[in-house]
Structures are given as C-alpha cells and as structure tokens.
Ligand binder design. Structure first.
Ligand SMILES: [Zn+2]
Length: 112
C-alpha cells in the first residue's frame, strides 16, 4: 500500500508543483508539465477518469485532439494516482481527487 508522499513524476522522479489552470485554446485543464516532457491533469472528483485521460492525451499532443484520438497505446505511457491538492501529496491521501500522468514515447527523443 502506497503511503501519501509528495507529488513526484512517475517517469523521472522529479518533484512537481501542484496542478494549475491552463487554457489550451479549445479546452481548459488543470494540470502541469514535468521537465521530462510528461504532463499531468487533475481530476477533482475521480468520477470521470476516462474523460480526464482523454484530456491528458490531448494536452500531451499540445491540444491536437485528432492526434490524441488516433494515438497508438504503445506511443505513450501513463499512470494515475490518488491526489490531495491541499497538501500536494499522492498516495493514500484520503482525498477524492486523481492525477493522471502521460508521457509520449518517442524513439527520436529518448532521454535517460
Ligand atoms: Zn518527469
């Protein structure tokens, strides 16, 4: 069982700031970007994870919904955590929120 711990990128272990409101022109999301290129999106209620996951895919595609919809599952990696926005902690927070992480896997862009 994972204990509550500070928000950290699941792909590069970088510590992250809490999600902020971001306007992408066609959509508004609450999330952020890691230095490794991973993005994260907050689902405040954890009741529409599918929708949030789609938002996360669109975000990682820089707002390109067509690309997000046609993306091969092998083209990205993802993770989701229980998240408490007040303490900026993931794991067993007792909070209803979820945080979805997505990072594109690119042969051209492989780092560390
Ligand atoms: Zn990262």
């Amino acid at each position: 069982m994972a204990r509550a711990r500070p928000l950290q990128c699941p792909f590069c272990d970088n510590y992250l700031a809490g999600p902020v409101d971001i306007n992408m022109g066609t959509m508004d999301i609450t999330g952020g970007i890691c230095i490794c290129g991973a993005i994260y999106v907050l689902d405040r209620t954890a009741h529409n994870l599918g929708e949030i996951f789609m938002d996360a895919l669109t975000f990682v595609c820089r707002g390109n919904i067509d690309k997000a919809l046609s993306m091969n599952p092998e083209a990205y990696e993802s993770a989701d955590y229980d998240y408490d926005i007040h303490s900026n902690m993931i794991g067993r927070t007792g909070s209803a929120g979820k945080l979805v992480f997505v990072r594109l896997i690119s042969d051209k862009n492989t780092e560390g």
